[in-house]
Design a protein around this ligand. Structure first.
Ligand code: FES
Length: 137
């Protein structure tokens, strides 16, 4: 008879197998291992925004010589939201402020090798939240 851990592993495996039918490997990777999660110790600007579904992202940004030196995010959102926010922080970290401001939802979705249409608003939320934080710098 399977023990509790084996049952959880089986369930996790089934959920992952279903997720792989819908999401790219990059989306799953950023969801499972979010990068730059949390509030950096020092930052120059932040923004919290809620999407059309009520999920919220917070983005924190710190500049080093005009480049995005520190960036972090928090969210109460779904897996795709976590993946979008995580990937976006990776995309813009180290970029000059002007370049970071020009990143679009389409750029983010392309970086993630696609996103189901019902979750493209997660990318919009991540990008709009970042743009809100950058606009205050
Ligand atoms: Fe609404 Fe992801 S932000 S489902």
């Amino acid at each position: 008879m399977a023990n509790e851990n084996e049952v959880f592993d089986d369930i996790e495996g089934l959920i992952l197998a279903e997720a792989r039918k819908i999401y790219s490997q990059k989306v799953i990777d950023h969801f499972q291992k979010p990068r730059n999660y949390g509030e950096p110790e020092q930052y120059d600007s932040y923004m919290f925004m809620s999407g059309i579904c009520g999920d919220t992202i917070g983005m924190y940004v710190g500049l080093d010589n005009g480049n995005i030196g520190r960036i972090g995010f928090v969210t109460d959102g779904c897996g795709p939201t976590i993946a979008c926010a995580s990937a976006l922080t990776c995309m813009v970290k180290g970029l000059p402020l002007s370049k970071a401001k020009s990143v679009t939802s389409e750029d983010l979705i392309a970086y993630l090798d696609g996103m189901p249409v019902e979750h493209t608003h997660c990318a919009d939320l991540a990008v709009n939240t970042l743009k809100g934080a950058l606009a205050k710098l």
